[in-house]
Design a protein. Structure first.
Length: 288
């Protein structure tokens, strides 16, 4: 039980843990109850439901396993978990208008481009390939993007030739992009402040048609790790705090600098920190 995953359904965290022996994920039942019922006390809700299921002779509860998962206080507690097939059965007996949406997300999320790309991101972090890349370079960012989206997007790893925008933000015009990227690559990156400045500018470049945020956050962590022996614990940065700060960074980078600084950790070789970082990074890109 070594792989930890944090998934998000409509901004609700769903913890999961990988069972290497059985080659399957186990999911926290309480997290799923909280996500689809919005009960003020999902733990009690599950306890009452479990009792009812037992009394009704439902065999579902016999397949429940208790696995240790990290809680909000940072400690690990025994947590009731189901494998995927039993989660599907459980959700179908919980009266909730969110059931259909949850099942669509739960069943198909691993088959989407994001789902497949996230699996590639896990593999990238575990493969050692990152350590062979030259941090802070455009080529490094292209290599990361190609790894994440190869076979999913035809433009994986390729610098865009069209001008793109998001919301009210217009990214670097395509005709100036290559020159702009040369300028960003040449920026100093030996201190935390310099690295953040470079990250902000690379974000404004947005060199790919899609997948910029997910690729650039990995690029940033690699740069921080190699230059100052730190990385970002992305789980400490809220989705909307990050999105608002990155939008503001076009004019004022102080907020994104503060968020990143406060989330720095020296656990640069901690597998769980990086895996969790991938989950949160992909969560930032989910639309409501």
């Amino acid at each position: 039980m070594s792989k930890i995953s944090f998934r998000f359904f409509k901004d609700h965290e769903v913890r999961a843990i990988w069972d290497e022996e059985k080659s399957q994920w186990w999911f926290s039942i309480v997290d799923i109850v909280a996500a689809i019922t919005e009960s003020p006390n999902p733990r009690k809700y599950w306890s009452v439901l479990k009792t009812r299921l037992k009394k009704a002779g439902n065999e579902l509860t016999t397949r429940c396993s208790q696995l240790k998962m990290k809680s909000a206080d940072g400690k690990h507690y025994a947590t009731d978990c189901f494998a995927q097939d039993d989660i599907i059965k459980l959700v179908r007996v919980i009266p909730s208008p969110k059931t259909a949406d949850f099942l669509d997300w739960f069943i198909y999320s691993d088959n989407t481009i994001d789902g497949q790309s996230k699996k590639k991101a896990y593999t990238l972090l575990e493969s050692g390939v990152l350590n062979k890349m030259v941090p802070g370079t455009v080529k490094c960012l292209q290599q990361i993007h190609a790894y994440l989206f190869g076979g999913l997007y035809y433009f994986a790893g390729k610098i865009r030739t069209k001008t793109i925008s998001k919301g009210n933000t217009l990214f670097c015009l395509a005709e100036h992009l290559h020159q702009y990227l040369e300028t960003v690559e040449a920026m100093p990156d030996s201190t935390f402040d310099e690295i953040v400045d470079k990250y902000v500018e690379m974000n404004m470049a947005h060199p790919f048609m899609e997948g910029n945020g997910r690729s650039t956050r990995i690029w940033l962590d690699l740069l921080l790790k190699k230059r100052i022996g730190r990385c970002v614990d992305w789980s400490k940065i809220g989705k909307y705090d990050y999105l608002n700060a990155i939008i503001e960074s076009e004019m004022d980078s102080s907020k994104i600098r503060e968020l990143l600084h406060d989330a720095l950790t020296d656990n640069i070789d901690d597998r769980e920190t990086f895996m969790k970082g991938i989950d949160y990074s992909y969560y930032y890109e989910q639309t409501d």
